[in-house]
Design a protein around this ligand. Sequence first.
Ligand code: F6R
Length: 264
Amino acid sequence: MLVILKRDNQEVNEQAAQLIAGAIRKNPSLTLGLATGSTMVGLYRHLVRLHQAGSLDFSQAATFNLDEYLGLPASHPQSFNHFMHENFFRHINIQPRNIHIPDGSVRRDYDAYCASYEQSIRAAGGIDLQILGIGRNGHIGFNEPTSSLASRTRLKVLSRETIDDNAKFFGPREESPRCAITMGIGTILEARKILLLATGPPKAAAVAKSIEGPITCAVSASALQLHPDVTFLLDEPAAAQLTQREYYQRVLEMTALLTPDRLS
Ligand code: F6R
């Protein structure tokens, strides 16, 4: 596990964009796993800027989003589908057929639908680089606390904390969704490489538990300790409760010296 500490949100976004851009330049037909949420807005802005400057080509890349609210059609302004198109896809040259986002409008046969999403990930050759945010409760995707660490794409009931966190995005008279379709923790752990971004003080406790705490279904992101190639990219406030910061810094310096490929 690599822990990269940056001063602020801006530096986290810049570094994440550089890492993703490097991966796409190395492998133009990269399959990316993508997340939504406020943490990702700045990252997508940076990637769009690189594309518009002519230095990043998405024409052969494919994407799979982690999750979508159940009951929201793609056209709903709060759907993750809408978020992805507004913040990212409509500004880059990705082929529409290479974009995959769970369909929040499915009404029955949820298991079959979720199995088909898993099947399309497999058919694409698996996810090369999975980008993650983290919830205040340690969720990744919408894998709420007590999710099975072996879970696959499925229907998930959202926790009260997540519903409250997301309520700000919905109108006063609108009820925010209670359920979502999300890739499972097992699905996420199959990605070849994982990059988790966390910024701001509200994430500090979840970040510390995920990196330094025990592996537990109470903190879904702690399952990332089982993955051989995970990078946590954190700003100062999100890293505030880590106890081994000096060690992470030395690991980073040695990695840059001995295996610089891991950082590009
Ligand atoms: C969204 C997702 C979630 C978010 C997490 C953090 O696709 O997978 O796990 O990454 O809830 O959200 P923000 O960035 O809004 O704090």
